[in-house]
Design a protein around this ligand. Structure first.
Ligand SMILES: C[S@@+](CC[C@H](N)C(=O)[O-])C[C@H]1O[C@@H](n2cnc3c(N)ncnc32)[C@H](O)[C@@H]1O
Length: 214
């Protein structure tokens, strides 16, 4: 990756971190209460590609958990084996979270996220299910299956967070997730979003957070 791309990606991740804080701000207490009870906090990153956001997600959960010990575990899944191998090489394995005795562990699987229930080893009861740049426009039926599976992996008071590149695609995803049993807590436009060459497309342009409808 060139120096320019690396620096853009790091700036995107810093903005994503701010957006995660922003969308969780209204009900952070509920999330903190859930995380405080968990020895192992679990996150699932669906359609993660090379999962550049792995450290942002584990650090964000560690910050919300706010304890000196415990484990944050992130599992990423994508159909593209090459990206998953890159993610595993870069972020896979267990590390200590700096300045604490807490640990973070990342693992990556190649697989079809519309068939997550075929991955029984994943279990369910996730604290966070995340989808960066969900791709509803690239096959609505598949993505509705993916959203459905994502919701089924959420524990009680777990949260689903999605980000989108485009306004219309985000709107369609919001509608689909709500139809499938998600309750929208908040959706935010990212005021710092970085424009991409395609008109109307930008990085983490919108970020939304859901819980399962009760
Ligand atoms: C727009 S890209 C986003 C990738 C990454 N999350 C990011 O933000 O850079 C959409 C991703 O969805 C993945 N994808 C598409 N269909 C999938 C499926 N059925 N199961 C798992 N991943 C899928 C693609 O391989 C691709 O990595």
């Amino acid at each position: 990756m060139s120096e320019r791309l690396r620096s853009e990606s790091e700036e995107d991740l810093a903005r994503l971190r701010r957006m995660l804080r922003k969308v969780t701000s209204d009900d952070a207490e509920t999330v903190r209460r859930r995380l405080a009870k968990r020895d192992e906090v679990r996150a699932l990153d669906i359609a993660c590609g090379e999962c550049r956001e792995a450290e942002v997600l584990t650090d964000f959960l560690s910050e919300l958990k706010g304890e000196e010990s415990g484990e944050i575990k992130l599992t990423g899944i994508d159909v593209r084996a090459r990206e998953i191998a890159d993610a595993q090489r870069r972020f896979g394995g267990r590390k200590e979270i700096e300045g604490t005795s807490a640990t973070k562990e990342c693992e990556f699987l190649t697989g079809d996220a519309s068939k997550l229930d075929g991955h029984s080893e994943l279990g369910d009861d996730f604290d966070l299910v995340f989808m960066r740049h969900q791709n509803y426009w690239n096959g609505a039926k598949t993505w509705e299956e993916i959203y459905d599976q994502a919701l089924s992996k959420l524990g009680e008071d777990g949260r689903l967070i999605i980000t989108s590149y485009f306004d219309k695609e985000h709107q369609l995803a919001l509608e689909a997730v709500q139809r499938l049993g998600g309750e929208l807590i908040k959706t935010e436009f990212n005021p710092e979003t970085r424009a991409l060459p395609t008109e109307g497309k930008s990085v983490d342009r919108h970020v939304a957070i859901f819980q399962k409808k009760r």
